[in-house]
Design a protein around this ligand. Structure first.
Ligand SMILES: NC(=O)C1=CN([C@@H]2O[C@H](COP(=O)(O)OP(=O)(O)OC[C@H]3O[C@@H](n4cnc5c(N)ncnc54)[C@H](O)[C@@H]3O)[C@@H](O)[C@H]2O)[C@@H](O)CC1
Ligand SMILES: Nc1ncnc2c1ncn2[C@@H]1O[C@H](COP(=O)(O)OP(=O)(O)O)[C@@H](O)[C@H]1O
Ligand SMILES: [K+]
Length: 489
């Protein structure tokens, strides 16, 4: 599912107009779609209150009011600003609506109302005024449901962050394609249930307007890149994943990664284990092989085996000089750099970026918010930037695919492709869950998937496994709940 930024949606609007599509016709379809949603999902409300803003979002609101009145509903309009100053399509919509707008101040929320929020959409440029903020609070206190037109007013469609106060909608109806703010937090929560209404802009125009190559993560993005097990497959043809264990007492994280890697199809998985931890790891693993590996020299010997097709380094490893040395040696091959593999470069991130820049972007960095801030402090601190822009900037700087974890995980590639993952249940927020994710991606890389596709597929499979394992899962449960790759091909 493609996503459009508000700017790209504006471009789609312009391209549609240039191709002869009537922009007022689009507004009418948008307004009727919102009215249909109100009638379907809020069947028991006694009165619809349309809050209409000064731009085209307000214009949509006048169409909604007309449509609801035509269906026999009791409707009132409360306008922000002077309705006589409306321009263009919004002005037309106002004069085609039989209901005379009242002032915003005149609205007193009552139980039984439905608020249609048509104050601001894509054009929101600054925080809402004090009067609108007070009204949002009054509506919230009365528990009046809100149906948002395009976006809950106050929310940035580009970043998912409210500019100040914002409506908390029960449902949101947007047009043609969702915007990043519908999926990034806290926007996703503020939108409630999201509906995407087709208002008749041809898909070729929507695609032409989509400059930034941003999508919601779904199998359509990576299905074609999934590894296929040919009938004649042997274990080496399915790839060999190497996972680096931490010292004794710290081996669990790498063991979780290794299990996940073998579960999602790597032909062989070997845990590289320091001498101190050999007995501990051996006591736990059966299908996973293990190899003693202490020093960088041991690693160089191991790397002579060209059949090792991918690595995971970081979970439980120790964020130290040895981690830096290992990451630098591994960067020539597809590697997931997670946890301590990231934190080890906190003092000298450029060392990592220079190393990764020597190769094609075949490595995946999987930072959570804390790790992201350690590696990219300036990008993390840029409040004007949403999570998608942050992940993109980080990816370009690091010459690697960046999977920026969280409830709204974003995956970005150095070439600008990006995806927001949306299938992860909240109970994935449990210790060790990220180690499993690193192993899944490692397993896919080992089977020859490209880094961006492997990271996107990995995040999606991780979310699916979380849903299948259910609430109360522990990280150990996740590998056993991974769906088979063939379910997506
Ligand atoms: N293809 C499209 O792009 C379509 C857009 N439509 C609607 O058009 C909307 C965008 O319309 P506009 O670009 O007119 O923008 P808005 O209606 O969101 O905002 C209108 C204007 O309000 C002013 N403003 C911004 N923030 C403010 C604040 N905090 N306080 C006071 N004034 C503020 C700005 O000058 C802004 O241009 C979309 O959200 C959607 O609802 C629909 O009619 C369907 C088609
Ligand atoms: N609220 C949430 N909803 C969905 N997924 C989440 C949520 N919080 C965290 N996750 C996911 O859980 C995993 C946690 O990884 P991480 O922070 O590295 O933890 P750990 O190091 O304990 O494994 C990540 O994949 C992250 O995207
Ligand atoms: K709105």
């Amino acid at each position: 599912m493609i996503l459009l930024t508000p700017d790209e949606m504006g471009a789609a609007d312009r391209l549609a107009a240039e191709s002869g599509i009537d922009s007022y016709g689009l507004m009418v379809k948008a307004g009727y779609a919102v009215a249909a949603s109100a009638l379907k999902h809020f069947a028991t409300v006694r009165r619809a209150i349309v809050l209409a803003g000064p731009g085209n979002n307000g214009g949509d609101g006048y169409v909604v009011a007309r449509a609801l009145a035509e269906s026999g509903m009791d409707v009132a309009i409360h306008a922000l600003g002077d309705p006589d100053k409306l321009k263009g399509d919004a002005r037309t919509a106002r004069f085609e609506c039989p209901i005379e707008p009242q002032s915003l101040e005149a609205y007193l929320p009552q139980a039984g109302d439905l608020v249609i929020d048509a104050l601001f959409g894509a054009g929101l440029a600054r925080p809402l005024s004090g009067a609108v903020t007070a009204l949002i609070e009054a509506i919230g206190r009365k528990g009046v449901p809100v149906l948002a037109v395009d976006l809950p007013s106050g929310l940035s469609g580009a970043t998912g962050a409210p500019l100040g106060a914002a409506f908390h909608a029960t449902r949101t109806v947007t047009f043609m394609a969702p915007k990043p703010g519908h999926y990034l937090l806290p926007g996703r929560d503020l939108c409630g249930v999201l509906e995407v209404a087709d208002i008749g802009i041809p898909m070729r125009i929507v695609r032409a307007a989509q400059g930034g190559k941003l999508s919601v993560n779904s199998p359509a993005l990576w299905r074609a890149a999934l590894p296929h097990s040919a009938a004649g497959a042997h274990k080496f043809s399915r790839g060999h994943l190497g996972v680096f264990s931490g010292p004794a007492g710290k081996t669990g994280a790498a063991r979780l990664s290794a299990m996940a890697g073998i579960r999602c199809g790597a032909g062989l998985v070997t845990l590289a284990v320091p001498a101190s931890a050999e007995a501990e790891v051996a006591a736990h693993q059966t299908a996973i092989m293990q190899r003693r590996l202490d020093e960088a020299d041991d690693l160089r010997d191991w790397l002579a085996d060209r059949r090792l097709s991918a690595f995971v380094i970081g979970p439980g490893f120790g964020a130290d000089a040895r981690a830096r040395e290992f990451v630098q040696a591994l960067a020539e091959r597809p590697t997931v750099i997670d946890a301590d593999g990231i934190s080890a470069f906190a003092e000298a991130p450029d060392e990592l970026f220079v190393t990764l820049g020597r190769f094609a972007p075949h490595c995946v960095l999987t930072p959570h918010q804390g790790e992201f801030s350690r590696l990219f402090p300036d990008i993390a601190a840029d409040d004007d930037c949403g999570k998608v822009e942050k992940a993109r900037a980080a990816s370009a700087r690091a010459h690697a695919v960046v999977l920026y974890k969280g409830a709204d995980t974003v995956i970005a590639a150095p070439d600008g492709r990006a995806a927001i993952n949306a299938n992860a249940p909240p109970w994935l927020a449990t210790a060790g869950s990220g180690d499993v994710l690193a192993g899944i991606i490692g397993g896919l890389l080992a089977q020859g998937m490209e880094a961006f596709e492997a990271a996107c597929a990995g995040a999606f499979l991780h979310g699916e496994a979380g849903s299948r394992a259910g609430e109360g899962l522990t990280a150990e449960d996740l590998p056993g709940h991974l769906p088979p790759l063939s379910a997506f091909s």
